[in-house]
Design a protein around this ligand. Sequence first.
Ligand SMILES: Cc1cc2nc3c(=O)[nH]c(=O)nc-3n(C[C@H](O)[C@H](O)[C@H](O)COP(=O)(O)O)c2cc1C
Length: 191
Amino acid sequence: MSSTHFETIKQVISHRRAIFPPSYTDRVISKELLTELLDCAHAAPTHKLTQPWRFIVFREKGLVRLADQLAARYQAHSSPEQFLQKKLESTRDKVLRSGAVVAIVVAYSGTVPQWEELAATSCAVQNLWLAASAAGIGGYWSSPDTIKHIGDFLELAAHEECLGFFYMGYHDEPPRGANRRPLAEKIRWEE
Ligand SMILES: Cc1cc2nc3c(=O)[nH]c(=O)nc-3n(C[C@H](O)[C@H](O)[C@H](O)COP(=O)(O)O)c2cc1C
């Protein structure tokens, strides 16, 4: 691994941002590129090689079905006090503005603790996010309450759980820096 690789990966990591559907353009994300991006996700590390990540990819007419289902389930599971018509509409619009939406699913194997399966799946999502960003595609991980009520639509098995949706689209947003607290607050050196 050369120092050039290090410079490249630092750049890719620092340029990755959460990019939201209002900034997405109409440009189509090809199935071939999505497969390449998911192959990057699939390269994530995993204890005992359980490879617990599963991806359900919504594109084209699949996006319409997902938009309808997310909106219907938001409505069905919100109390009258919580329900907001604006939120219902934005739930649908977000999906319909996306080039693809990936349901992030973890399949618990029972071989390692569940937290390890969650950690491995999160590593896979980060790989997807970085690869998408490097390919010029914006994305963000969305984890609304509705994911608790979407299992039947996603046809999840009893040992599977939806961890959210990864929204994706080519976008026109200018680069922005990360909003983080100082690194020094997060490190204790023992020397
Ligand atoms: C596990 C996870 C769940 C997230 N869920 C949401 C969400 O439901 N809604 C949202 O707006 N952003 C969500 N995000 C994205 C964060 O808001 C975003 O990453 C954070 O603001 C930092 O911005 P950056 O990614 O551009 O550095 C989630 C991120 C992670 C890692």
